[in-house]
Design a protein around this ligand. Structure first.
Ligand code: ARG
Length: 458
């Protein structure tokens, strides 16, 4: 019989019982549910609402239930509807009357809110930790491969050569912004709704500040209606997960391209590749693809929650039960994808020669040759035109810019002198970009120092 069966004459149908249950989703929060109940019981005793003996019996009973869920011996029954009633019903079966006093001054509405906030905090702590690992891997890769040159792109066309380290650090900074967003979601979750009861507070002398302290929340939520109906922190979590997945999908897309025969920049380790059931030669970047693909489900989780929340009147509505699954899914998906991508980047092998050869192709020195003329006094727009014509000449004659003889260059523009070779040298082109944030070796060294400082602050 349900814990709320008093005013009912008939029972819920078998189908609706299952349909209305959230047990198989929210049982993931059993540890939080028990922690919330223990804090509530301690506070009830401290306020003289229940006896210390009752509170002690509740504590011990809940500890035993936690053990049995931990070791898998607890039997979940869908008729209990959710984790809150499953645990409370079992507690009362085992310890009797004290168990039946636990729900004094409490509702499942503040209970589910407190469980969810505690669980969101735990999920976000894991995500923050995994995000730091990913950032560490990117920075280490940048350091280990310092000096490797690759083509930089705009429009996916060769633009200018850059250091591979610079590329890795671009992703490093991108992922540090995810850290900030995840941290914000954590702070949004870090507030205590317990003691709001069903929606309006309660007539018992509850000390909400005591449970805030016991449960490690930053503060108590100041409005009971808001406390039981707010799920913004889950939106923050899912938004942070969505943006982070979007970032991972960008890096994965590059990994997929770089490992193709056309690029040939990297080989993924066997641990992050799979074969084909028919084509014996295949080595596929499955996990990069899967991560790219899973971005869709996480954004789906975010959109689903936004739509669930739309137009919901205050305070608790059963719609809110739908908030959990997507949030858990988004957190797990991001966690696993960050783990995968960190492993992939850490273990991938670079083909430095192929990257350098590619970096020279596509007239990637053209900007520097135009800059060379501009530095000799020619207005940049004119220099741009001159070099544009040189590129056209090269294309028609099947040559690269650095294959042009000094005479060919000099014929086009007498400002070209012997020192033009440095404007055509890929390594020198990269090294010369010393502006703050640029790809020059010295600028990237400084960037690495700043990256270390940021990591230390995370
Ligand atoms: N199973 C519900 C949920 O997950 C718990 C709160 C239900 N409260 C209620 N009065 N129906 O949201």
């Amino acid at each position: 019989m349900a814990l709320w069966s008093g005013r009912f004459e008939g029972g819920v149908g078998e189908f609706t019982q299952e349909f209305g249950a959230s047990l198989f989703v929210d049982k993931e929060m059993y540890a939080q549910d028990i922690a919330g109940s223990q804090a509530h019981a301690s506070m009830l005793a401290a306020q003289g609402v229940i006896s210390t003996d009752d509170a002690n019996a509740i504590h011990e009973g809940l500890e035993a239930i936690k053990q049995s869920i931990d070791d898998g011996s607890f039997v979940f029954d869908v008729n209990d509807e959710d984790i809150h009633m499953a645990i409370e019903a079992e507690l009362t079966r085992v310890i009797g009357t004290p168990g039946a006093r636990l729900h004094t001054g409490r509702s499942r509405n503040d209970q589910v809110a407190v469980d969810l906030r505690l669980h969101a905090k735990a999920l976000l702590e894991d995500l923050l930790e995994q995000n730091v690992s990913l950032c560490e891997v990117l920075l280490k890769k940048a350091e280990d491969t310092f000096g490797v040159i690759m083509p930089g792109y705009t429009h996916l066309q060769h633009a200018q050569p850059v250091l591979f380290s610079h590329y890795m650090l671009a992703y490093f900074w991108m992922f540090t912004r995810d850290y900030v967003r995840l941290k914000h979601a954590y702070e949004a979750a870090d507030a205590n709704p317990l003691g709001s009861a069903a929606l309006a507070g309660t007539t018992y002398p509850l000390d909400r500040f005591m449970t805030t302290e016991l449960l490690g929340f930053d503060h108590a939520i100041p409005n009971s209606l808001d406390a039981v109906s707010d799920r913004d922190y889950l939106l923050d979590l899912e938004y942070a997960c969505s943006v982070a997945m979007m970032h991972l999908s960008r890096l994965c897309e590059e990994i997929i391209l770089w490992s193709s025969t056309e690029f040939g920049f990297i080989t993924l380790s066997d641990a992050f590749s799979t074969g084909s059931s028919i084509m014996p030669q295949k080595k596929n970047p499955d996990f990069a693809e899967l991560t790219r693909g899973k971005m869709g489900r996480v954004v789906g989780d975010l959109v689903a929650l936004l739509v669930t929340m739309k137009s919901l009147p205050l305070a608790y509505n059963k719609d809110l039960q739908e908030c959990k699954e997507g949030a858990f899914d988004a957190a797990k998906t991001l966690h696993d994808c960050m783990y995968c991508v960190a492993g992939m980047v850490d273990t991938m092998e670079l083909h430095e020669e192929a990257m350098l050869v590619s970096a020279k192709k596509g007239f990637t020195a053209a900007t520097d040759v135009a800059d060379y003329l501009a530095k000799k006094g020619m207005p940049f727009r004119e220099a741009h035109e001159v070099v544009g014509n040189l590129v056209l000449y090269c294309e028609k004659n099947g040559k690269e810019l650095e294959e042009l003889s000094f005479e060919e260059l000099h014929d086009v523009c007498p400002l070209f002198e012997k020192d033009v070779v440095s404007a055509l040298d890929t390594e020198a082109i990269v090294a010369a970009r010393t502006t703050y944030g640029g790809t020059g070796h010295s600028a990237v060294k400084l960037q690495m120092k700043e990256a270390h400082e940021f990591l230390a602050s995370m």
